[in-house]
Design a protein around this ligand. Sequence first.
Ligand code: CP3
Length: 370
Amino acid sequence: DSTVKQNQDEFPSLKNNLILRACRGEPVERVPIWIMRQAGRYLPEYLSIRSQNSFFDVCRTPSICCEVTLQPLRRFDLDAAIIFSDILVVPQALGMQVDMIAKEGPRFAHPINVPADIKTAIDRTKQASVELKYVYDAITLTRHALDGRCPLIGFSGAPWTLMSYMIEGKGSETHSKAKKWLYTYVEESHDLLQFLTHFIINHLVEQVCAGAQLLQLFESHCGCLSHDLFVRFSLPYLRQIAKGVRDMLTRRQIPFVPLIIFAKDAHYALDELCSSSFDVVGLDWSITRRQIRTLREKYPSVTLQGNLDPCALYASQNDLEKMIKQMLEIFGPKNYIANLGHGIYPDANIDNVKHFVDTVHRISKDMIKH
Ligand code: CP3
């Protein structure tokens, strides 16, 4: 633990802490912005690295991982970097084989079908600190390479999203195989979600020890859950993670970092999310202006993040600018982090990405001055 603190002291000092101030509700001179999946296939320099390396080799090689994490920051005036990794490194760490198939996405070699499969599929003795050391090494390297330019975000998938991948074995429209567990293997589902929760807490805390200055938890599969299923099988574990990360950081005497929850398509649970002790609630692009205004009134101290439709980047710069202005007016410049309402698409227009970032900065600077 003393070596961890030493490392933290040795990191270059931060020149741009806008996003950290926005998380704490402190005044900012302009609205901070980062973009979900900002490192990725819309960048030719990323594709060039991917043509030489498999997806998970990029994740597992700290020097390459650091390079692709920094790529979007060379092009755009972003206020945060996010470490290049994937939510599926967790099931891999537990012993499951996951491959990234071109033009298809992730695929598990041996998904879990019934509870009896869990014993052979996952090894409960595995430690995040050992299995995912490559993530932490990449974070430390990247934190140094950033040279204090902006904070570095660490992340993890949330328990329900990971459990549903482990059962479905690949992307799914309905997640009906995974949802079947929630109706037929209730106890076994809770047991798996609880196990994943402990592992995820460790994974997030290790990322902070390695140098992550902000954490985002991705609960990407809320769209297939009813409010009732969400409250029973997702929310309790999200809450445990927020509390567990805070408690473990305190025990290890590591300064607290802000926590972001991005629960995609959880439009039915915004109240629960805003009262779950996360510092920031990420909103997807389906959340309406009226819902945002209501959240602002009810939860003035919660920082909101989002929520431009990734497809808005296909619009003309003139139309894009109008949508950005509207977004900034609805959220207001305080307690706000601008972002897309989901990850950027591979065919996004790079000039429009730059226009998005610069326009958020320019308009919000004006709003704050006047
Ligand atoms: O945001 C960043 O720049 C950091 C890196 C990051 C990736 N995946 C890189 C990636 C992050 C934060 C993720 C999170 C992730 N991964 C989520 C949660 C966010 C969400 O989209 O809801 C999920 C569900 C995954 C699982 C995953 N990984 C899928 C479904 C896919 C395939 C879909 C696609 O876009 O192709 C991936 C692959 C992936 N993860 C890529 C990248 C850059 C593209 C793979 C490639 O280079 O071939």
